[in-house]
Design a protein around this ligand. Structure first.
Ligand code: ADP
Length: 273
């Protein structure tokens, strides 16, 4: 990210100097600021590519806090967040994980798609999300009290969840939630113009394509085209790609592996051009 500086090479903590562009859609900035003032943990709910990460970057800049981002994945274990002993020439040495580092330095810690992580991971965050505001490092025998400025934010995509893979009620209920969805067409077009540097007619044409794809949601398509995909398509166009190739590479191919669905979506897109 331009204007961001890593606090340390080993940690993904960033100090964001330049304002990350974020186009607010409702009162998300005010709600997050109020939640931060009360140090409440926040859950950003919404589909992929609709601005959640950009929003946290913007808020970290606005609140002048370092940002530690962790993208969760299915192998992410509690120790990957909290830390672990590692072998060193002088013996075993403790290394703080990104969550512990954020707790100590008073950063905003953003756990992206936390539901992807292993179950033991979510339990680690529980004591940080209530009045205790502490992180027990069992292996190290230390209870880390959170820095007064520390705050935890997670993202959660309700569309992807299944009965086997969902946040526990006891986890969900700890968070204040802010809902994200794709913005209304004129605002989404404004974002695409700004992010990809294309003219208004191109941006609104792409937003039309996205609306059509989003209508196919549930008919085999898990998600419609995201704002991120539109920006990719716009950048391909800007880079000289013909329209059909840009739409195919930025939207049709990434969005589904099903030839039938791809054809249906391709037809819907063609009708909007
Ligand atoms: P998510 O974290 O929800 O998957 P991102 O925050 O990475 O999505 O958004 C994808 C891209 O879409 C961003 O990099 C940004 O270019 C653009 N974007 C989406 N919504 C907004 C918005 N409201 N303001 C500014 N940019 C946005």
């Amino acid at each position: 990210m331009p204007g961001a500086q890593k606090v340390s090479e080993n940690l993904s903590a960033q100090i964001i100097h330049d304002e990350p562009f974020f186009r607010a859609v409702a009162d998300e900035i005010e709600i997050f600021a109020a939640a931060y003032a009360g140090r409440l943990p926040v859950m950003l709910k919404g589909p992929t590519g609709c601005g959640k990460t950009r929003f946290v970057e913007h808020m970290a800049w606005r609140l002048k806090r370092p940002l530690v981002t962790v993208a969760a994945h299915e192998d992410l274990a509690a120790a990957d967040l909290a830390g672990r002993f590692l072998l060193a020439p002088e013996g075993t040495v403790w290394h703080d994980g990104p969550l512990t580092a954020a707790v100590r330095m008073g950063a905003i810690c953003y756990l992206d798609e936390i539901v992807e992580a292993r179950q033991d991971t979510t339990v680690v965050i529980h004591p940080l999300t209530d009045a205790r505001r502490s992180l027990p490092l069992d292996k190290k025998g230390e209870l880390v009290e959170a820095h007064p400025d520390f705050q935890l934010t997670i993202s959660y995509n309700p569309g992807y969840q299944s009965a086997v893979k969902d946040l526990k009620e006891s986890t969900k209920q700890r968070f204040v939630a802010i809902e994200f969805s794709y913005p209304e067409p004129s605002i989404e077009a404004e974002i695409v113009m700004r992010e990809a540097g294309v003219e208004a007619p191109i941006a609104s044409g792409l937003v039309d394509v996205a609306l059509r794809s989003r209508n196919l949601r549930g008919q085999g398509l898990a998600e419609g085209a995201s704002t991120r995909m539109l920006i990719h398509a716009a950048k391909l166009l800007r880079g000289g790609a013909p329209l059909s190739a840009a739409l195919r590479s930025a939207i049709l191919l990434p969005i589904t592996d099903e030839p039938d669905l791809r054809e249906a979506l391709g037809a819907a897109i063609a009708a909007s051009l």
